[in-house]
Design a protein around this ligand. Sequence first.
Ligand code: ADP
Length: 520
Amino acid sequence: MKTSRFGQRLVVILGLGVALPALVLAGLGIFLTLRISDAVESQSLRYDHYMAQQVVEGFEQELLAHLREAVAGAEIETRNGANRPAIVASLAQGTHEFRSADFVPLSQLSDYLLLVVESQPLVYGQATRGPHRARFAGMMLRNGQGEIVGAGGWWVDPRVFLQNHLQGVMEERLASNTRIYGGIESTRNLSVAVIGPDGEALAKVREPGGNAEFGTALMEGPFDGYAIRVAPTGNAPVSWARRFVLIEVAFISLMGLVILGATLFGLRYTVRQLELARIKSSFVSNVSHELKTPIALIRLAVETLEMHRVSSPEQTEKFVRLIGRETRRLNQLVDNILDFARLEAGQRVFKFTDVDLGEVVHETLDSYRLRLEDQGFILTVDVPEHLPPIRGESNAIAQCLLNLLDNAIKYSRTRKEIRVSATVQESEISIAVSDRGIGISPRDQRRVFEKFVRLETGLVHDVKGAGLGLSLVDQIVRAHGGRVEVSSALGEGSTFTLVFPRVAQEEGTRSDEPQARTAS
Ligand code: ADP
């Protein structure tokens, strides 16, 4: 009881004191890491949006600067009252990047829209005719009185302009802005792309990092339908942060799993130790009961005989038989315990000789027949004569048989039939002991060979035993290079088979006696 309460406390301490806090801390660690990474990423995204906006403005100013320079001549012509062809001719001398110069009179200006860049109104619009549906970009032109008379400018291909100027805008806008923004990003680590109306990237400066989120700014005026997309490159701090976060989350999860695994292992170990402690304590009580019962019976019989209380020779014989039977039982138990202790300590030395298994079986059954008959068992023996010899220790093999017979008796109910048979195969000889008793479920068939194990069936409570017999049989047969097999069905009966290796022909005649020592 004391150990089980201690065990329960240990389970609670390990579970609530170690695993739970460790898992909570690991969860908290993952949560905080993800929150920090989230904050870094959203800060970086804000920065990307800001930079995209900057690039858009850069393009507008670039366009304005080009127009300003190229319109300068046409402005003078207009102010001096020149006619339209002269103004257009002057405009045509401007930058060749623009497709074709045009002067749009004031009367048509209402079709055009204005975009104010650095307090300068840019005129822009889209041609409703023509093959290219080209865009017009220009500036207001005034006459000598300062009145706006029209817009002078060019039919522009925004795609070409954006492609040509991305690098320049980047260098001018961003290179001057290399300072780390918000403490987490630098313009050196930005990838900028111009996106066309069809969603394709027309031009790009640096590749974005994998899984990067984009900050996008839409363009207006002559660049309507185009967009600037900014994302961190693979070398950007945010990309590194994302990688570190992944690694950190993996580490923390692994740590959590290791702690959970260790706790579960600890719990399993504790439960096993508790089970062992329980089994050991029931072993002690089983053994003391096993020892005391025959001693008490023998004492009673001896006292009865000593005091001449028996009235007939038959009764005397009955008491003598009882003394003999209980002495053998006591002897077998003491043998089992001593052998078990020696095997456990690795001190059991087997003296191997050539053994005739048939002889061992018959001798063992002879000493047991009385007990079997007493209890009303029908014994069938099917052992061929002249079995080939095996190498082994006959006493140890007899002890195995005794244990199997003892169990066959103990675990039989009304169908009292026991069969002992031997089979010779090419390389093995088997001795099987079968009963028609309570049987063993498939789940328990391996467990019965573990030391101190007694199955929790109703009958096991009624019959005596220390849980050592089969463990001993298993160890002895293995020391002989063989194995024990069990085939059983609940309620049908069980067959335990001792399988020994056959001795090779030339080996069988050897006279030396090798000794097997059990490993501890
Ligand atoms: P025990 O002293 O309890 O008989 P054993 O090691 O000989 O110890 O057997 C272990 C357990 O295996 C037994 O307690 C019993 O539950 C089960 N067992 C062994 N032999 C048989 C059998 N012939 N039929 C049914 N159950 C058996």
